[in-house]
Design a protein around this ligand. Structure first.
Ligand code: IPE
Ligand code: IPE
Ligand code: MG
Ligand code: MG
Ligand code: MG
Length: 327
């Protein structure tokens, strides 16, 4: 038996997927359009468009008015993943080869560009009185993702990164996107400025939790469950929440051992196991879990600013879904 949360989740996903299929309909040349579809068809949790529709509903709007922008936002998300996998040198995404591995880097760059353009073109469906503000916020949000991604890449080559800098980076690369999704939903549902602000805050804190959890899953999960390369952050020398916590709290010997892995050109499975054990003994996994809980609790609190009802309940339940996710 499906709960009302599950059936609503499924309904939102189906509607978004149908719209995405309609949007990505070009055929020739196949080396542009086939990888664009490939990137979107492999599944994915569809969290951002689902949240956009839920936010619209939570302020009393009609989700039909938000569907095009929801689909556009998911297409942008997939654009960021296609390019992110080139930058992170990852081979697997959603259980299959990344676009640049399946084709090549040029194909991945171009099909990513194509996805971004197709997403923007969808905004033409927004009602004219809302369009200028939607366009402004949409662009501002995506530019933040680019800023965050720049910091993420810069940090790979830095010896020290503070936790404040880390949070700035994930607020931009990940949380800004979730915040944008919820904000756009509120705008398209014609919520009040206070409601839209509350939704943006909910998305921001949910997004912070989401990225810390993504960092955690990289080291505690495996490729088969994750559908993407486990241990990838260690291989790339990413400054994840766990790595920064371990570097700040380990003994001098533990820190030396971590530094030795970070320095390595070719990180092996054995190295990843060493790092996992270090994270465990330093308490970095527990700290990440605590951080996720804290951030989700703040997100939950912001929902108090919305009217009680099914829409708000759905957004509350989404926090549980995220807390329990394994991929
Ligand atoms: C992956 O996002 C990128 C991050 C911000 C960590 P998701 O985990 O939402 O990816 P899909 O769309 O479900 O595959
Ligand atoms: C993703 O961060 C943020 C983006 C803007 C794409 P990650 O690089 O950690 O995402 P995954 O782990 O590859 O999905
Ligand atoms: Mg990345
Ligand atoms: Mg990545
Ligand atoms: Mg990651």
């Amino acid at each position: 038996v499906q709960t009302s949360f599950e059936s609503r989740l499924k309904e939102y996903k189906t509607r978004v997927d149908t719209r995405i299929t309609e949007i990505l309909n070009e055929q020739h040349p196949v080396d542009l359009y086939e990888p664009m579809r490939y990137a979107l068809q492999a599944g994915g949790k569809r969290l951002r468009p689902v949240l956009l529709l839920a936010a619209c509903d939570a302020v009393g709007g009609d989700v039909n008015d938000a569907l095009d922008v929801a689909a556009a936002l998911e297409i942008v998300h997939n654009f960021t993943l296609v390019h992110d996998d080139i930058m992170d040198r990852d081979e697997t995404r959603r259980g299959r080869e990344t676009v640049y591995r399946h084709w090549d880097e040029n194909v991945a760059i171009l099909s990513g560009d194509g996805l971004l353009v197709k997403a923007y073109a969808e905004l033409k469906h927004v009602s004219p009185d809302l369009l200028p503000d939607i366009l402004t916020e949409f662009s501002r949000g995506i530019l933040k993702v680019c800023e965050g991604q720049t910091l993420d890449m810069n940090f790979e080559n830095r010896h020290t990164v503070s936790l404040d800098e880390y949070f700035e980076m994930i607020r931009k690369k990940t949380a800004a996107f979730f915040s944008l999704a919820c904000q756009l939903g509120g705008m398209l549902g014609r919520g009040s400025p206070e409601q839209i602000e509350a939704l943006a805050a909910y998305g921001l804190y949910l997004g912070i939790a989401f990225q810390v959890q993504d960092d955690l899953l990289d080291i505690v999960s495996d490729t088969a469950v994750l559908g993407k390369d486990a241990g990838s952050d260690i291989k790339a020398g990413k400054k994840t929440f766990l790595m920064l916590h371990a570097l700040a709290n380990g003994t001098p010997q533990q820190i030396d051992d971590l530094r030795a892995v970070i320095k390595k050109e070719n990180v092996t499975e054995t190295d990843i196991n060493v790092v996992r054990e270090l994270f465990l003994s330093i308490g970095s996994m527990q700290m990440a879990a605590a951080e996720i809980k804290r951030s989700l609790a703040v997100a939950n609190q912001t929902l108090q600013l919305l009217q009680p009802g099914e829409g708000r309940t759905f957004m509350k339940d989404t926090l549980k879904l995220i807390e329990n996710r394994t991929f």
